[in-house]
Design a protein around this ligand. Structure first.
Ligand SMILES: Nc1nc2c(ncn2[C@@H]2O[C@H](COP(=O)(O)OP(=O)(O)OP(=O)(O)O)[C@@H](O)[C@H]2O)c(=O)[nH]1
Length: 304
């Protein structure tokens, strides 16, 4: 990655071009700087595909003021965690309190003291990086680097409600690596870890929609959550995953189902009902996974 791309982006929002210029010059060495001269332009930038890492936001602007921009940012999951530092000529304590209550992270008074501006920006960006790292650590599985069980549990609850509202089917695939104990016993645990990573990566590559979640459920088990996907489509995806793992051709002499590592899969689909727990969906897929194992492994099991 080039240095320019690795740099964090700061958006400066002020209706006074001179303020944008002074702040831009102060920050340009260390950050990529974007600018907006009013609130609606600022919102367009924060809601774009490449949002800034931090916003320096003037409070007093015609039409949409800084408070309103911050409020709009807080209402969307996509923008609510972007830190905002208010910049303002107002120095009354009540304005400062209002900004902080709305969720601003810090406050910079005009006229600017450039070393203070730089230090505050640096502090907030460091905090943001730490928060992102923490978020990653609690939601991503350390070995396979795909979402972990906690991440999946949360998504299952929210997708259950969302698909209930839209009356759309929600499908789930439970996956288990076949005869993984003899694999570990004969090839060693660290070789087992390598195989787990490869399987996770190839399964993940087959969940193509942005809403699909492929997670490590625990041990050698994976789970795939497919919102707005009916049973035939989910079975097709499961079969693609089964084939892709087989095609990895990871030798496994001790697998009664094949000479290679294979997986068994259980697929279930339902239009969620709020009177039923989402765990029933999982239980059904688990039972079908068990059936796939019973019937000889390396296969997809489902009921029409
Ligand atoms: N290397 C490695 N092995 C793991 C990990 N997590 C779980 N396992 C192993 O996965 C194996 C799972 O074995 P079992 O549940 O007995 O099932 P199996 O041998 O896969 O047999 P079937 O599921 O019936 O095909 C155990 O030996 C676990 O130690 C891990 O993170 N790394």
């Amino acid at each position: 990655m080039s240095d320019e791309l690795a740099k964090q982006t700061v958006l400066i929002v002020d209706d006074e071009p001179i303020n944008i210029k002074v702040l831009g010059q102060a920050l340009a060495d260390s950050y990529r700087v974007k600018t907006a001269i009013n609130g609606s332009k600022a919102l367009n930038i924060v809601q774009s595909a490449q949002p800034p890492d931090l916003v320096l936001l003037d409070i007093q602007m015609p039409e949409l003021d800084g408070y309103e921009v911050l409020l709009a940012m807080k209402q969307s999951d996509l923008t609510k965690n972007i830190p905002v530092i208010f910049i303002t000529g107002k120095d009354a304590a009540e304005d400062e309190a209002k900004g902080l209550e709305l969720g601003a992270m810090d406050y910079i008074p005009k006229p600017f003291n450039i070393p203070v501006v730089k230090a505050r920006v640096r502090n907030q960006l460091a905090l943001k990086q730490k928060a992102e790292l923490l978020e990653k650590l609690v939601s991503i599985d350390g070995l396979t680097e795909i979402p972990n069980r906690r991440n999946y549990d949360e998504k299952l609850q929210s997708e259950w409600r969302r698909c209930n509202r839209s009356r759309a089917p929600l499908s789930i695939i439970m996956i288990d690596i076949d005869s993984f104990k003899p694999y570990n016993d004969n090839y060693g645990h660290s070789q087992g870890d390598v195989a787990l990573k490869k399987v996770a990566s190839v399964i993940k590559s087959k969940g193509k929609r942005s809403g699909d979640l492929i997670a490590r459920y625990g041990g050698e088990e994976f789970v795939v959550l497919l919102p707005e996907t009916d049973l035939p489509s989910a079975v097709e995806i499961a079969e693609t995953m089964r084939q892709a793992v087989e095609e990895l051709k990871i030798p496994h002499e001790y697998n009664p189902a094949s000479d290679h590592i294979t997986i068994s899969l259980g697929v279930w689909s339902v239009i969620p009902d709020l009177d039923t727990s989402p765990l029933t969906l999982q239980k059904q897929a688990d039972d079908l996974l068990y059936k796939a194992k019973q019937q000889g492994r390396n296969q997809v099991s489902y009921t029409l």
